[in-house]
Write a protein that binds this ligand. Structure first.
Ligand code: SF4
Length: 506
């Protein structure tokens, strides 16, 4: 199936990314090309040859022109005989001396109003295309603004809907309270990456390798990890460890003995006496065994996740998760029997072929298990995933996420006694919605908030992980580890050197 194109021409550099994200949100089924032609062109009558590419039939070309104190936007369509008809023209004022952020907001408002009128669509998050919409209410709350002021600001500046504005304020308030118990200045959190999975899911864009190919080198991988852990323990011996998260990939693809070795190494080298949360993603039901759960329990893991994504057998097969619904139920029961009282389940809305009834059925099945938290994702279409090819072959119309499915998930979570506590967005999300974490009181995933709000240093060990140092003035610096597992093992001393450079003077 041929991919449709929407072409945008702009005469000033610096806003291509923002333009691309917002136009793409209106036309998720299209490839969006932003062409920057810096020489000034007449706005009112764009010619078809102004643009290297033209939009596909049925889609408008967008022409954006920055002129002295104004931005002009025209939507145009190119007729059969290469005649351009300009059917929509708007302008907005910009003042000299305006900050880049202000200009960006005005530009995005202009695009939003034009495309909203043209398509008849309203986007739930308005012009917001970044991944952390809660950062805005969080910052304003810290400045002492009232909830009414924050909501008005979000509606007026970003055209956010009432519902999403209120949701982000509610979450920001809860996050603020939860994070207040952490040691920002003298503390840190630790992430351990296990980049192996039983199979690769259709939508996966994470660093993940099939476990069968790496079984024989697991000893080497764990040895490399131990060197990084050792280094972290030494360099941060005077810091307080607040949370620990072992993620991936699927950490429970490790054998019970390997998990025992890894967690044993963590416990023997680091001081866990202040750790508020110790999470291990048990993720895939086909990787969970009683023996592994017992190892996690023995070492005091406080929170695990058993992720079905959907409880529809047919979809599980289609998305390449080689486990059944029954296996999810068995793994969950096994985890409860082993004594875990904080179990998260991840769900994805907008999976291929799934509609409202399927989401309702998944929520009903999940309700019977009664997890302690639910993370509800809207399917994100990532460039690096196999899902892109699937869409090329099957079209995007089979991916449906709607207000209704979002409501079904929210009501399901509420009926389990949960409240929303963290939220983030990704590029190219189905329905342009968000991912929301819901949890029962006392079962919140603090690390999840930390990774989004970027308020605390996170030391990350393992292939493909990124460490983040947060300075007292809010500045953030990062260093990454190579993604390739063999390279990671071979170049472990270099990974440690990178960490030394970032954290050396902490
Ligand atoms: S379980 Fe997660 S990390 Fe593993 S393949 Fe699926 S999406 Fe990727």
């Amino acid at each position: 199936m041929e991919q449709k194109l929407v072409a945008v021409s702009v005469n000033q550099m610096g806003f291509e990314y923002d333009i691309h994200s917002l136009v793409k949100a209106f036309y998720p089924e299209c490839d969006v090309k932003v062409i920057c032609a810096e020489e000034e062109k007449e706005c009112s009558s764009p010619k078809s040859d102004d643009m290297e590419y033209s939009s596909s039939e049925g889609y408008p070309d967008l022409f954006i022109r920055f002129e002295k104190e104004e931005i002009y936007l025209s939507l145009a369509s190119v007729g059969e005989e290469k005649n351009t008809s300009c059917f929509h023209c708007k302008k907005a004022e910009i003042l000299s001396g305006m900050e880049r952020t202000e200009i960006k907001n005005i530009l995005k408002q202009l695009i939003y109003v034009s495309l909203s009128e043209h398509t008849g669509k309203q986007l739930p998050w308005g012009t917001l295309t970044g991944i952390r919409p809660t950062k805005i209410p969080m910052t304003l709350l810290e400045e002492g603004k009232s909830e009414e002021e924050i909501l008005s600001y979000m509606k007026d500046t970003y055209f956010v809907s009432d519902r999403k504005g209120l949701l982000s304020i509610e979450i920001a308030k809860r996050e603020k309270e939860l994070l207040s118990t952490l040691h920002y200045k003298d503390g840190y959190s630790l992430y351990i990456g296990i980049p192996f999975c039983p199979t690769t899911c259709l939508y996966c864009s994470f660093t993940s390798y099939p476990i069968v190919s790496w079984r024989k080198r697991m000893e080497d991988y764990l040895s490399a990890l131990e060197k990084e852990i050792e280094f972290t323990a030494e360099i941060y011996k005077d810091k307080i460890l607040d949370t620990v998260y072992i993620g991936g990939g699927t950490p429970t693809t490790l054998e019970a003995g390997e998990l025992d070795r890894l967690i044993g190494a963590l416990k023997s080298r680091l001081d866990f006496s202040h750790v508020k949360e110790f999470t291990v993603e048990a993720g895939r039901a086909d990787s969970i065994t009683k023996e592994k759960l017992e190892v996690l329990k023995k070492w005091g893991v406080t929170r695990i996740s058993v992720n079905p994504q959907t409880m529809k057998e047919e979809t599980l097969k289609l998305i390449g998760r080689q486990h059944t619904v029954e296996q999810v139920k068995e793994a969950f029961s096994l985890a409860r029997e082993t004594g875990f009282d904080n179990i998260n389940m991840d769900l994805i809305l907008g999976l291929p072929g799934e509609g409202e009834e399927d989401v309702a059925a998944t929520l009903a099945a999940v309700k019977e298990l009664s997890p302690d938290s639910l993370t509800v994702h809207s399917l994100a279409i990532k460039r690096a995933s196999r899902l892109n090819r699937w869409i090329e072959e099957n079209g995007i119309t089979a991916l449906n996420n709607t207000d209704k499915t979002m409501d079904i998930a929210m009501e399901g979570a509420e009926s389990l006694g949960m409240v929303p506590y963290y939220l983030y967005r990704q590029k190219n999300m189905s329905g342009n919605f968000e991912n929301v974490g819901y949890a029962r009181e006392g079962k919140f995933g603090i690390y999840n908030i930390l990774i989004m709000e970027e308020k605390q240093t996170i030391v990350a060990c393992g292939a493909g992980t990124i460490s983040k140092r947060v300075y007292p003035d809010g500045r953030i610096e990062r260093c990454d580890n190579v993604k390739d597992v063999a390279q990671y093992i071979e170049r472990i001393e270099e990974m440690i050197e990178r960490k030394k450079e970032l954290f050396g003077d902490s």
